[in-house]
Design a protein around this ligand. Structure first.
Ligand code: SF4
Length: 262
């Protein structure tokens, strides 16, 4: 009787930290487009890209849409986006002929107001983010094995060592960061060269755009994210908080716990 060779799924191999580091380093010098193609080939059909419609997200949608990559796209629709963001959502779908699924909380904004009081974002912003973003994301990612994010290393110190690939224990999936090596200038250059639709608020002092009640314009010299939750200590919505038992993956000889962005 011939012994049958066990064929290991690429996803099983990707849960091996050493293998993931090796692959991540292999992809380090690849273009964002090539990294997306790798993700589409290796992780399809259970790979998704979550976008908040930042400029980086628009660029990844451009690459996914123009090259018809098999990567699902969704946004966490809190019900509190800027009018310009909803318009951009529609423009991107039309331009690239793809659906950007809206993932929503089971609690509408009206129900939230009723249950927790008006403007929860002013009194308990963490709870508001938990209801409108974190819980819907947790439910959504259960059906995926790969999660593409649009983070860049030069966005913040917590993202400075982000690898191209990491394993996220919270969601039990591989996180793919195709744009980690790009600078802000490279992002703008790509957007202009390829006529990628973007949020007009970026040209009106809003480098980082989230929910309308929690986003303000930044002043010259301020950090790009200074307009998010202005006047409070909050800097992230909790989506990318490091999990309690997340393994720090060595990247280029160092340890890193990466952030991310929708
Ligand atoms: Fe609520 Fe503000 Fe978080 Fe949006 S960013 S979910 S409005 S606290």
């Amino acid at each position: 009787m011939t012994a049958q060779r066990k064929v290991e799924s690429p996803l099983v191999a990707l849960k091996d930290p050493a293998e993931l580091v090796r692959l991540s380093q292999q992809l380090e010098d690849e273009s964002p487009q090539a990294i997306l193609e790798w993700a589409a080939t290796t992780l399809s059909p259970r790979v998704t890209f979550g976008t908040g419609f930042g400029l980086e997200g628009c660029i990844l949608i451009d690459m996914i849409g123009r090259h018809h990559l098999g990567i699902d796209v969704f946004t966490l629709d809190t019900g509190l986006f800027f009018r310009e963001t909803y318009q951009l959502w529609s423009d991107l779908e039309k331009r690239y002929g793809l659906e950007i699924r809206g993932v929503r909380s089971e609690t509408s904004v009206a129900e939230q107001n009723e249950q927790y009081g008006e403007n929860l974002w002013e009194t308990q912003s963490n709870q508001c983010c938990e209801i409108r973003k974190v819980i819907p994301l947790q439910n959504e990612l259960k059906s995926f094995s790969g999660w593409v994010s649009a983070i860049r290393r030069d966005q913040s110190p917590t993202r400075a060592l982000a690898p191209v690939l990491s394993y996220d224990e919270r969601f039990d999936l591989v996180k793919v960061n195709p744009l980690v090596k790009w600078t802000k200038e490279m992002v703008w250059s790509y957007a202009r060269q390829n006529d990628v639709p973007f949020n007009p608020l970026h040209l009106q002092g809003y480098p980082s755009i989230g929910c309308l009640p929690c986003t303000s314009a930044v002043k010259p010299g301020e950090d790009d994210r200074a307009g998010r939750w202005r006047g409070s200590n909050k800097t992230e919505c909790g989506i990318h908080a490091a999990p309690k038992k997340q393994k720090a993956l060595p990247v280029l000889g160092r340890s890193v716990s990466d952030g991310g962005s929708i």
